[in-house]
Design a protein around this ligand. Structure first.
Ligand code: PGA
Length: 247
């Protein structure tokens, strides 16, 4: 069974031409490309097999919200997925669990698949608070889904991204959480969301690259990876797509 790779390009690349080139090189059925907003249109036109995702979305459908982007606007570019609650937004933009819960509820109501990011900081990790943090973030994220959401049970990607493992891809550094630890966090998350009317798919994120991807994909609980830095390195990402397709 093929596993999924979600490419979080963050604030890269700088130009539309580069975005188009990267999109064409990454165009595969098991891939979701999440470019910066200004490139959604061009990337949408450049891909045939990959799905399109956005890196964020506002929690209101319309109104005077300068700088924000609505679900309907995203859907006009054929966006099917949206990253929500990324730790960079939680820390740099002070996004709260409450804001993220509103976004998750709206995405599901609008038929957009959330890619919900969950994870503890280095300090929380080192002081043994991982499960407490994961518990709080997860419960809050699904707190606004109506209990009578029906039997549809939409897919939600839940990306376990330990904050301390993100963008630490330098040689010699402890680059990522271990697959074994990730599996135990995933099992813990499965318990917490039992009863939530969704179909969860679990991802790992945090310095995933062509060398460590295979170890994560080998875990039966892990359905794929959320990839930042390596997803904008076209040659490396291509190799990762092949690995994920064969996993
Ligand atoms: P990274 O980013 O792969 O560069 O660590 C992952 C993420 O932030 O989603």
């Amino acid at each position: 069974m093929s596993k999924i790779l979600i490419a979080n390009w963050k604030m890269h690349p700088a130009t539309e031409a580069e975005a188009v080139k990267l999109a064409k090189a990454s165009d595969a059925a098991n891939v979701v490309l999440c470019p910066p907003f200004p490139f959604l249109s061009a990337v949408s036109r450049s891909i045939k097999k990959a799905a399109l995702g956005a890196q964020d979305m506002f929690w209101e459908t319309t109104g005077p919200f300068t700088g924000e982007v609505s679900s309907e606007e995203l859907q006009s570019f054929n966006v099917k997925h949206v990253i929500l609650g990324h730790s960079e937004r939680r820390s740099a933009l002070e996004e709260t669990d409450e804001m993220i819960a509103k976004k998750v509820a709206l995405a599901l109501a609008q038929g957009i698949t959330p890619i919900l990011c969950i994870g503890e900081t280095r300090m929380q990790h080192d002081s043994g608070q991982t499960t407490e943090v994961v518990n709080k973030q997860l419960r809050s994220a699904f707190s606004l889904i109506p209990a009578d959401a029906g039997s549809a049970q939409p897919v939600v990607y839940i990306a376990y991204e330990p904050v301390w493992a993100i963008s630490t891809n330098q040689v010699g550094a402890p680059v990522s959480e271990s697959p074994a630890d990730t599996q135990s966090v995933v099992r813990y998350m499965q318990g917490i969301i039992r009863g939530v009317p969704i179909t969860p798919r679990f991802l790992y994120g945090g310095s995933v690259n062509e060398r460590n991807l295979g170890d994560f994909l080998a875990c039966p609980e892990i359905d794929g990876a959320l990839v930042g830095g390596a997803s904008v390195r076209a040659t490396e990402f291509k190799k990762m797509i092949t690995q994920a397709a064969a996993a």
